[in-house]
Design a protein around this ligand. Structure first.
Ligand SMILES: Cc1ncc(COP(=O)(O)O)c(C=O)c1O
Length: 432
């Protein structure tokens, strides 16, 4: 952190470590020597307590697709605050949100609204177990579905940076089979094993793996997965917590033209307000209590503030989809193409992956197609790049096991500054 200073953040962090474990309320927020503190945010910018203005490519880990402090959403929220913020009885707005979701989300005949991505992932697995009357689940190396017991094995995001599995009972993780992404033979092998064949409830997958850097599904991979799951009566669960409403209005399912049995959403759904949902057919979703016997409950589920945020977010996305989605792709491509040119001109051993409004750079010249290829990259160079970009007022997620995100409000000036910063930062990293 050379060019700009984060002295006030350092002091705040020292105070924070005394009362908050590790000084942060989610491990992914920590980076060495200390994270910066944010006072406010607007559009594509974060304003730190030190007085720095940062162009934000983290965006609440992909949540704030329409930009920080979106005025249209804010106006609706202010109006709702005056009308009350928690009733714990049904509201018409919840119903409207559910109805819109069933029109937008390809696999949704019904949705159940929850609060966080982890909650949605956990209950989607429970629902799949109940529906199939089977117990095991398949997940993928580097895939992240939340901080709960049976999906943390070889998980991505901050869990990829060290072993964070203390306190997890081996019994609770014993029904989870973790295999490499983009390797259809591994799936077939798991199914062929006698001990698994009749006991696989679901395959849960991020259709674009965005918690191990950014890894794209190879051609036909998701299609093959869809077919194999169907042939073997295994439910296919798309974790669209990152891709939902971002990759396309109807998420990865619409983008790739593949219909999972269950899909889960969060992040972009509320443009940063805490809300998530599980979507699926009537037959499957009716398993949730009280119509079925899969117990899912939460005091804050469907609270009017988060539902208002989601309703307005989806209204904007539906009304402006013909301009929003092409625009974010064009802006993402501008950054990625410019970095590719720099990499080419300077002959750097760097690989870039991108799709839609997401991109990531890896210090390696091999194709990055699974977790083990990400693990083989030069992560030390990545951390150097992160620090230098930050010193130039560019904030990307502080880990090679994350993805950079573009919002609908990143503008030409942001993009030019970002490209210039990458150019000089890459020269410095490669010469160090
Ligand atoms: C793909 C995916 N699934 C699930 C989750 C968990 O969501 P939450 O942090 O809201 O519990 C995340 C969080 O980053 C995620 O990226």
């Amino acid at each position: 952190m050379n060019d700009i200073n984060f002295n006030k953040s350092r002091v705040l962090f020292e105070r924070a470590t005394k009362v908050i474990p590790g000084g942060v309320n989610s491990p992914v927020r920590y980076f060495k020597p200390y994270p910066f503190f944010v006072e406010s945010a607007n559009g594509s910018k974060l304003f730190t307590n030190d007085g720095n203005v940062l162009i934000d490519y983290c965006l609440g880990y992909g949540s704030v697709f329409l930009g920080h402090a979106n005025q249209e959403i804010g106006t609706e929220i202010k109006y709702q605050i005056d009308k009350g913020n928690l009733f714990c009885t049904p509201t018409e707005k919840e119903l409207q949100l559910a109805e819109i979701c069933t029109r937008i989300i390809p696999c949704a005949e019904m949705v159940r609204i929850m609060n966080t991505g982890a909650e949605a992932a956990m209950h989607s697995i429970r629902l799949a177990r109940s529906f199939t009357n089977k117990t095991k689940l398949v997940k993928f190396e580097g895939g992240y579905h939340g901080a709960f017991d049976y999906v943390l094995n070889k998980a991505g995001s901050a869990a990829a940076t060290m072993d964070y599995t203390d306190g997890i009972l081996t019994e609770s993780a014993s029904k989870t089979i973790t295999i490499p992404f983009n390797d259809i033979e591994s799936v077939q092998k798991v199914i062929n094993k006698k001990e698994n064949r009749d006991d696989l409830a679901c395959i849960i997958i991020e259709p674009v793996l965005a918690n191990a850097g950014l890894i794209l599904p190879e051609k036909e991979y998701l299609n093959n997965l869809r077919s194999i799951a169907k042939e073997n009566n295994i439910l296919l669960v798309f974790d669209e917590v990152i891709t939902g409403f971002r990759l396309a209005l109807g998420g990865a399912s619409e983008f790739f033209g593949i219909r999972p049995d269950i899909a889960i959403f969060a992040k972009t759904l509320g443009n940063g307000y805490p809300i998530s949902l599980v979507a699926g057919s009537k037959e499957i979703m009716s398993g949730f209590a009280p119509s079925g016997s899969v117990y899912q409950a939460s005091t804050f589920a469907g609270n009017p503030i988060s539902v208002t945020a989601a309703l307005k977010t989806l209204e904007i996305l539906v009304n402006e989809k013909n301009t929003i989605y092409p625009k974010v792709v064009i802006n993402c491509d501008k950054i990625v193409d410019a970095i590719r040119d720099i990499v080419h001109d300077k002959r750097l051993d760097i690989t870039l992956n991108s799709i839609g409004s997401m991109f990531q750079l890896f210090f390696s010249d091999i194709p990055i197609k699974d977790y083990s290829s990400v693990k083989s990259t030069n992560t030390e160079s990545f951390y150097k790049l992160f620090k230098i970009l930050l010193s130039k007022n560019i904030f990307i997620p502080p880990s090679p096991y994350e993805t950079c995100f573009i919002s609908t409000v990143h503008n030409e000036e942001d993009i030019e500054k970002t490209i210039d910063a990458y150019e000089s930062a890459l020269s410095t990293v490669m010469n160090s």
